[in-house]
Design a protein around this ligand. Structure first.
Ligand code: CAA
Length: 638
C-alpha cells in the first residue's frame, strides 16, 4: 500500500481545486438555497474527463484510477458536497456496473457517453420496503417476448430526474429470494417512467434526489445487465465502490470545514489574540487534522485494493463509515469554532454541517456498515425470519387490518355503494365543520394527493369536505412541493398524525410515510385512478377512478337541501376488523402491522409465556414486529 499520493495525483488535485474554487464556490450558496442542479458544471466536469475518472480511455474514461476518482470527489466536496455526490453516484453507481458487467454493446451504447460526461448516470436500488434490507426489492420485471415489463418504484435516488441512464434492480423470479433479483439499464424518457417526487433535503441541495416510478415500462431484453438473478450481487459489488466515493465526499466536507475553521480561528481575535492560540481551539484543530488524515488513508487503501483487483468489501465499509463520522464531527467542531457566525446562513460551515449528515446514512447506514465489517471479520449471522415483511405482505396493509372493499360498476354506482357502506357503518352526513380546523380536533378529513392535478382542483376537495363534515388536508408533496395547503395540513409520519374516524384519500398513492400518519383512523376511503396504488391495500373502501369525475359525484350524492347541523361531539369509532371465521378467544391484533397476540401462544420472543391474557401483559408491552404500544392493539373478534 502506498502512503503518499504521486506527483500526478497531486497535480490532479490542484487542477480540481482551482476549478472548484473558481467555478463552483461562487455559486454554491445560491444552489444550496435554491435547490438548483448545476447542469453546466456537470458538463464542464465531463469535458475535463472527471465524470469518468476510473474508466479506461478505451471505455471513454480518463484512466485516473480509483485514487484519482477519490481525489476528484474530495476536492469537489471540499467546496460543494452536492456536486461531489453527483459525480460519485454517476461514476460508482450509475456507470461502474455497466463497465464491469455490461456486454460490449452495452458499454458502447451506455458507458461511453457516461464516462465522457455526455450523459448522467443513476442507480435505483432503494425502495419503500427495501432500504437497509436491500434484498426486499418489490419492483418487478416480467419477460414478455423481447421486453421485460418493469413495474414498481424507487425512492431517494441520487441524480434521479436529471440522469439519462439508470441501473435499476427488479425481481425477475420472486421464489428465489435475492437470487431472483436482476439488474437492468433503463433510459430516461421511456414511456411509463416518471419522477413523482423530487425531494426537498436538509443538505447536498445542489444535487437532485428523486422518486422513480415505473408503470409497464418496456425494457428491451438486451438491457438486462449481467445474468438474470445476478442483480443482488451486482448491487452489493457496486456499493463497495460507491462507499469509496461517499467516503471521499465525506472527506471533502471534513477538509472544507476544517480549513474554514482554521482560517476563521486565525482571523478572529478575542482577549487580544487570535482564538487559534487557545488550547481549547488548537486541540480541536489538531484532532480534526489527525482524523481527516486517518480517513484519507483508509479511503486510499480501499481505492488501491479495488484497482488491484483484491476483495475490498470490508475496507470500503470501514473507509466510508469512519470518514462520514469524521465529517459529522469535524463539521460540528468547525461550526463551534465559528461561534454565532457559524450559525448564520452564508458561512460555508453552516452548509458543511448540514451536508455532512447524509454521509452517515446513504450507501449503507453506518450501522449496516458495521454489520458488513462484522460479517467480514466473524462470518455471517444466521438470518432471522422476515416476519414483519411476511405478515405485512400477507395482510397487504401498513395501516393494520382493513376491509379492502373495492367497488365495481359505473362511477355513479361505485359512489352509491360507497355512500351506502359509510352510512351502514354509522356515518351521518348532515353537519359541516370548519374545513381548516386543526387536524387533531376533527373527526373526518378529505385529503388531496398529487393525483388531484392543478391547484384549482382543490375546490373539489373543499366541496367534498363541506358535505362530509370534514376538514381538508393533504399528502406531503401537495403541501411541501405544490404548496396547495399550508405545511401544517399535511398528514404523514413527518407531519400531522390523524387519529379520527374517517379519512378520504383523493389522488393519494399511499407512500409509507403517509400511511404511518393514518394508521389509527377508523375508516379509510381511497379514490385513485391507479388500481396498483398501495393506498388501496391500506383502505377499507376504494374507488378506482379519476378524482375529477368521482369527487363531484360523491359531493352530489351527499348534498341535501336540509340546513346543516352543528357538528356533534367527536366520538372515536371502533375499527371494523375483518372477521376471522373461527372464534379466537382473547386474540388481539396490532393495528400497526396486524401482528396477532394469541394468549394460547404467548410471545416467547418478548419473554411472554403461553397462557397470559392480553390485559395482563405489562403496560410497557410493545408489538414485537412494529414496536407499537400495547394500547395500539384491538380485540380480534368484535
Ligand atoms: N460483493 C459480492 N457479493 C456480495 C457482497 C459483496 N460486497 N455482499 C453480499 N454479497 C452476496 C453474498 O455473498 C450472498 O451471496 P449468496 O446468496 O450466493 O450466498 C448474497 O450477496 C446475499 O448476501 P447477504 O446474505 O449478506 O445479504 P443480506 O440480505 O443479509 O444483506 C446487507 C446484506 C449488507 C445488509 C445489504 O442488504 C446492504 O448492503 N444493505 C445496505 C443497502 C445500501 O447500501 N443501500 C444504499 C442505496 S444506494 C444509495 O444510497 C445511493 C445514494 O443515494 C448516493
Amino acid at each position: 500500500m502506498q502512503y503518499q499520493t504521486t506527483e500526478a495525483q497531486e497535480k490532479l488535485r490542484q487542477e480540481v481545486r482551482e476549478f472548484a474554487e473558481s467555478e463552483i464556490k461562487p455559486l454554491a450558496f445560491q444552489w444550496d438555497q435554491e435547490n438548483e442542479f448545476p447542469r453546466e458544471i456537470v458538463k464542464a466536469l465531463g469535458e475535463r474527463g472527471w465524470m469518468g475518472a476510473p474508466f479506461s480511455e478505451e471505455e471513454g474514461g480518463s484512466g485516473l484510477g480509483m485514487i484519482g476518482y477519490s481525489i476528484i470527489v474530495e476536492e469537489l466536496s471540499r467546496v460543494d458536497a452536492g456536486v461531489g455526490v453527483i459525480v460519485s453516484a454517476h461514476t460508482s453507481l450509475g456507470s461502474w456496473p455497466i463497465a464491469h458487467f455490461g456486454t460490449p454493446e452495452q458499454k458502447e451504447k451506455y458507458l461511453r457517453p457516461l464516462a465522457q460526461g455526455k450523459h448522467i448516470g443513476a442507480f435505483g436500488l432503494t425502495e419503500e420496503h427495501a432500504g437497509s434490507d436491500a434484498s426486499g426489492t418489490e419492483t418487478t420485471a416480467v419477460l414478455e417476448g423481447d421486453h421485460y415489463i418493469l413495474n414498481g418504484g424507487k425512492i431517494f435516488i441520487t441524480n434521479g430526474s436529471q440522469a439519462d441512464t439508470y441501473v435499476i434492480f427488479a425481481v425477475t423470479s420472486p421464489e428465489k429470494g435475492n437470487h431472483g433479483i436482476s439488474a437492468f439499464i433503463v433510459e430516461a424518457g421511456w414511456e411509463g417512467f416518471t419522477y413523482p417526487t423530487v425531494y426537498n433535503k436538509l443538505g447536498i441541495r445542489s444535487s437532485a434526489t428523486a422518486e422513480l416510478s415505473f408503470k409497464n415500462v418496456k425494457v428491451p431484453k438486451e438491457n438486462l445487465l449481467g445474468k438474470e438473478g445476478e442483480g443482488f450481487k451486482i448491487a452489493m459489488m457496486t456499493l463497495d465502490g460507491g462507499r469509496v466515493g461517499i467516503g471521499s465526499q465525506a472527506l471533502g466536507i471534513a477538509q472544507g470545514a476544517y480549513e474554514a475553521a482554521l482560517n476563521y480561528s486565525r482571523d478572529r481575535v478575542q482577549f487580544g489574540e487570535p482564538i487559534a492560540v487557545n488550547q481549547g481551539v488548537s486541540f480541536k484543530l489538531a484532532d480534526m487534522a489527525t482524523e481527516i488524515d486517518s480517513a484519507r488513508l483508509l479511503i486510499y487503501r480501499a481505492a488501491e485494493m479495488k484497482d488491484s483487483g483484491q476483495r475490498y468489501t470490508k475496507e470500503a465499509a470501514m473507509a466510508k463509515m469512519f470518514a462520514s463520522d469524521v465529517a459529522v464531527k469535524v463539521a460540528d467542531e468547525a461550526l463551534q469554532i465559528h461561534g454565532g457566525n457559524g450559525f448564520i446562513k452564508g458561512f460555508d460551515v453552516e452548509r458543511f454541517y448540514r451536508d455532512a449528515k447524509i454521509t452517515q446514512i446513504y450507501e449503507g447506514t453506518n450501522e449496516i456498515l458495521r454489520v458488513v465489517i462484522g460479517s467480514q471479520i466473524i462470518g455471517k449471522r444466521k438470518k432471522r425470519a422476515k416476519a414483519v415483511a411476511e405478515v405485512q405482505g400477507k395482510a397487504g396493509s401498513q395501516t393494520g387490518p382493513r376491509k379492502n372493499i373495492l367497488f365495481e360498476g359505473s362511477p355513479e354506482e361505485q359512489v352509491d355503494q360507497l355512500v351506502a357502506a359509510l352510512k351502514a357503518d354509522g356515518y351521518a352526513f348532515d353537519f359541516a365543520v370548519d374545513k381548516d380546523a386543526p387536524i387533531s380536533e376533527v373527526e373526518r378529513l378529505v385529503s388531496a394527493g398529487q393525483g388531484i392535478g392543478s391547484e384549482e382542483n382543490m375546490k373539489l376537495i373543499r366541496d367534498l369536505a363541506e358535505v362530509m363534515g370534514a376538514a381538508v388536508s393533504s399528502s406531503r408533496p401537495v403541501a411541501e412541493n405544490l404548496r396547495y395547503l399550508p405545511l401544517d395540513r399535511y398528514v404523514g409520519m413527518s407531519g400531522q398524525k390523524f387519529n379520527g374516524n374517517l379519512y378520504v384519500a383523493c389522488g393519494i398513492s399511499g407512500a409509507g410515510q403517509h400511511l404511518k400518519g393514518i394508521k389509527q383512523v377508523t375508516t379509510i376511503v381511497a379514490i385513485n385512478n391507479d388500481p396498483d396504488a398501495p393506498i388501496f391495500l391500506n383502505a377499507d373502501y376504494g374507488i378506482v377512478g379519476d378524482v375529477n369525475v368521482i369527487l363531484p359525484l360523491l359531493t352530489k350524492a351527499l348534498t341535501t337541501d336540509e340546513p346543516r347541523k352543528e357538528a356533534p361531539d367527536f366520538t372515536k369509532m371502533k375499527k371494523s376488523v375483518p372477521q376471522d371465521p373461527k372464534t379466537r378467544t382473547g386474540v388481539y391484533v396490532c393495528s400497526g402491522c396486524a401482528y396477532e397476540y394469541d394468549p394460547s401462544v404467548g410471545d416467547p420472543d418478548s419473554g411472554i409465556m403461553p397462557g397470559l391474557p392480553f390485559d395482563q401483559l405489562p403496560a410497557g408491552y410493545q408489538c414485537p414486529r412494529c414496536g407499537d404500544p400495547k394500547d395500539g392493539f384491538i380485540p380480534a373478534e368484535q
